[in-house]
Design a protein around this ligand. Structure first.
Ligand code: NAD
Ligand code: UD1
Length: 338
């Protein structure tokens, strides 16, 4: 049992992480500036776990407040989710992405070092593999050509952490490269609640299903893939949270920096997602084919052998489960957390 600080813990993945930590008997301190979330998911997490956590409203760029938090609480490890994640926005407002994702991470690492806390699990993304690698993506492939500013911030943070581990052997760092996290907790109490028009596929799909949007636009049906639509590796958010628990456990025993892909290793096309969603939830989703979205790659999926072998983690959920759980969340919460 450890005392874990979760940055960005009120967000989509962070809230599922907090629940998994509480259920595994860890104590949890969340810091979040609530820029893309609210307190309601954390209240629901406490109810589901029948345990409380500590919430502190704090921006990770606030050095002083961060230092105080590390002074006031005896923290064993950090799981670092806080940051901005919209690719298109990162192209329009690069400085904002550099500030939150890079400068914010530096503030966090400085506060950790000062408090002698050296265990961290960092949320990275498969987007760091860029466009020059061929799937399945393996952790040893070169990740050096980020093709958007969001990917750049993830790669920079990964590289900073690698260098920290080289400079000081007390650091113990897990870099988790997520593929496409979807789904929701089986209770339907917590899930993904994007602000404004959703950018990602699944919230778009569930908002069409609930009647909030008229139809799904499938971006491109002329890719060189089996049905012409893009292929991705979708991973259940509950499996993703479990991977963090395994990574935390692994890192509390070993020093250094290690990277793991967190995906199922299975690619699914956009059309397949739509059709599976319709089948498992007995719904019809109106859709149209729209032009390709700028910046999309045709297909990628994970080689997840390293995570399965070294972390002794295995994804438990199939695509059908993910799409049932996404709909269960949206159906029970048509307005999200409002
Ligand atoms: P999210 O937006 O739901 O959660 C991020 C949380 O961080 C939010 O609660 C937000 O309020 C908070 N936050 C943002 N900037 C902050 C700051 N400066 N200080 C304090 N809190 C701040 O996003 P998510 O989907 O849960 O993603 C979590 C992490 O995983 C992010 O780092 C994201 O880049 C990474 N990731 C997400 C995906 C995905 O598809 N969801 C894929 C790969 C990697
Ligand atoms: C994107 C980012 C990735 C980020 C992730 C989570 C890129 C290249 N990748 O992944 O870095 O970690 O979001 O924020 O931007 N689609 C539709 N219609 C829609 C929405 C999406 O057809 O309304 C298609 C997309 O073209 C894509 C697939 O669905 O082929 C998945 O899209 P999305 O959910 O946005 O995730 P990625 O683009 O894979």
């Amino acid at each position: 049992m450890s005392n874990v600080l979760v940055t960005g813990g009120a967000g989509f993945i962070g809230s599922h992480m907090c629940l998994a930590l509480l259920e595994s008997c860890h104590d949890v301190i969340v810091i979040d500036n609530l820029s893309n979330s609210c307190l309601e998911p954390l209240k629901r997490v406490e109810k589901l776990a029948q345990k409380s956590l500590i919430f502190i409203e704090c921006d990770i760029r606030n050095d002083q407040k961060l230092r105080q938090i590390f002074k006031d609480h005896s923290i064993d490890a950090v799981i670092h989710f806080a940051g901005l994640k919209a690719v298109g926005e990162s192209q329009r407002f690069p400085l904002s992405y550099f500030e939150h994702n890079i400068a914010g991470s530096i503030s966090l690492f400085k506060a950790m070092e000062q408090a002698n806390v050296f265990n961290i699990v960092f949320s990275s993304s498969a987007t760091v593999y860029g466009e020059n690698n061929r799937s399945p993506y393996h952790e040893n492939m070169p990740a050096n050509t980020p093709y958007n500013n969001y990917a750049f911030t993830k790669l920079m943070t990964e590289q900073m952490l690698e260098k920290l581990a080289l400079a000081d052997q007390r650091w113990s760092i897990a870099l988790l490269r997520y593929f496409n996290p979807i789904g929701a907790h089986q209770s339907g109490q917590i899930g993904e609640d994007p602000r404004g028009k959703p950018y990602n596929l699944i919230p778009h799909l569930t908002q069409v299903a609930i009647g909030k949007r008229e139809k799904l636009s499938i971006y491109g049906n002329d890719y060189n893939t089996p049905d012409g639509t893009c292929v991705r590796d979708y991973i259940h958010v509950v499996d993703l949270a479990a991977a963090h628990l395994h990574a935390l456990d692994n890192r509390l025993k070993t020093n250094g920096c290690r990277t793991w892909n967190i995906g199922t290793g299975q690619g699914h096309s956009v059309l397949e997602i739509k059709e599976t969603f319709e089948k498992v939830n007995r719904l019809d989703i109106p859709f149209e084919y729209a032009p390709r979205r700028v910046g999309d790659l045709p297909a990628y999926f994970a080689d997840n052998e390293r995570a399965m072998r070294e972390l002794k983690w295995q994804p438990q959920f199939q695509l059908e489960d993910m799409l049932k759980d996404s709909w269960n969340w949206q159906r029970q919460n048509p307005m999200g957390f409002k």
